[in-house]
Design a protein around this ligand. Structure first.
Ligand SMILES: Cc1cc2nc3c(=O)[nH]c(=O)nc-3n(C[C@H](O)[C@H](O)[C@H](O)COP(=O)(O)O)c2cc1C
Length: 373
């Protein structure tokens, strides 16, 4: 395949895969696409470990950071969650799980279990900067930022090293700001996507951003998991696709088996937009936890990263108790199409095959009309 993005990165398929799992990233790059490792959930040391493993695979890859513009500054000394999160909020979530019979964490381990998890949360600019330094020590080809506009000097610094810079956008206003910052590609993410999203759907957003971006290539994200969707994205002017949810059903993606089964059982409408998990609108699997935050007696959601930190303890309790109906995870409306376990390789193979069929079908529509006319 040939698009401005295959040209930019010297790859065979304009398929970009967002995943927190290094095996998915490596498999997609090995198949001729571009795997991009989501780094927000790693400490600096852990990220370095993951990137060393990816370097050893010998395929090109990128890194995605979550650098929010609007956030609560929690300082540099990493206070404990009990210090950061108001009692009202902790009491609310603890009562939910107590009432549901989900056991508490043992007193002896509680603090260390939560602190271990908190170390892997990097959502402030200061923490994202540390991760950026780690990423820059590796031969990454692409750096993508999810939640804000990178300062021009950061973009220039990456360019000097030959690293391309991309950003996720969900609206024209976001795209305009990113273009002014001098980025190399835009990921236009429709609201059906998993993770933090805006409100405009892919079908409307993609061509708007393509028209605005001019010569800057656009990756279409949000609801792409198969070849017909890839063909639609390219037909709407995108130079490639950026997929996240579809990898969650693959054996390379490290997910709790119970959670994965919940994804296979879910319908498209079970992927709801909620602030319950991170404080920002995030499309995720509906659960008893997300439902509880819609109740009238729920406290106001905290700003990022406090709402994410608040979620750590209930998440640990739910995991340990295997409390299926309380489990949630970011996922897009595509979840309704995930029906059972597969492999990254099979997803790519099927996507390309269906893409080619779609192209043929579109061509035949034009031929038929020409003949009929
Ligand atoms: C589990 C999960 C976690 C995500 N976390 C991030 C993230 O940390 N940074 C980011 O840029 N995008 C994140 N996203 C969004 C993806 O990058 C991508 O834009 C989105 O998944 C595309 O839509 P789709 O889910 O319909 O494929 C996440 C998506 C999922 C499914």
């Amino acid at each position: 395949m040939k698009t401005p993005l295959t040209h930019m990165f010297g790859i065979d398929i304009p398929l970009f895969a967002f995943s927190h799992c290094r095996n998915v990233v490596a498999e997609v790059s090995k198949a001729g696409g571009m795997g991009v490792l989501g780094a927000a959930g790693f400490s600096a040391e852990h990220l370095d470990e993951e990137l060393r493993w990816l370097d050893a695979q010998g395929h090109p890859y990128g890194v995605d950071l979550l650098i929010p513009q609007a956030h609560q500054d929690i300082g540099s000394h990493k206070p404990t969650i009990d210090e950061l999160v108001p009692d009202t909020h902790r009491d609310f979530v603890n009562a939910l799980l107590d009432d549901a019979g989900v056991p508490k964490l043992p007193d002896s381990d509680r603090a260390s279990l939560i602190a271990d998890q908190a170390r892997e949360i990097n959502m402030t600019p200061r923490e994202a900067e540390e991760l950026l330094e780690v990423a820059l020590a590796h031969p990454i080809k692409l750096l993508v930022n999810a939640l804000g506009v990178p300062p021009r000097h950061s973009v220039e610094r990456l360019h000097v090293k030959g690293i391309r810079v991309g950003a996720l956008v969900g609206s024209l206003a976001h795209a305009r700001a990113q273009l002014q910052a001098g980025i190399d590609l835009i990921v236009a993410q429709g609201s059906e996507a998993g993770g933090h999203t805006g409100t405009i759907t892919s079908m409307v957003l993609w061509p708007q951003i393509v028209d605005l971006a001019g010569s800057v290539p656009v990756l279409a994200a949000g609801g792409v998991g198969r070849g017909r969707q890839m063909a639609a994205a390219l037909a709407l002017g995108a130079a490639g696709v950026w997929c996240g949810s579809v990898w969650l059903g693959t054996t390379e993606s490290e997910l709790d088996p119970i959670l994965r089964q919940r994804l296979f059982d879910a319908r498209a409408e079970d992927a709801v937009q909620t602030r319950a998990l991170t404080g920002k609108p995030c499309r995720a699997l509906r659960s008893l936890y997300t439902d509880a935050w819609d109740r009238s007696d729920a406290p106001p959601k905290l700003p990022m990263p406090l709402q994410t930190l608040l979620w750590l303890e209930p998440r640990l309790r739910v995991q340990r108790a295997r409390a299926r109906d309380w489990m949630s995870y970011p996922v897009g409306q595509l979840v309704g199409d995930l029906k059972g376990p597969t492999t990254t390789r099979a997803v790519i193979h099927d996507m390309l095959e269906e893409f080619l069929d779609s192209v043929e079908r579109l061509k035949s529509c034009v031929d038929d009309k020409t003949t009929a006319g």
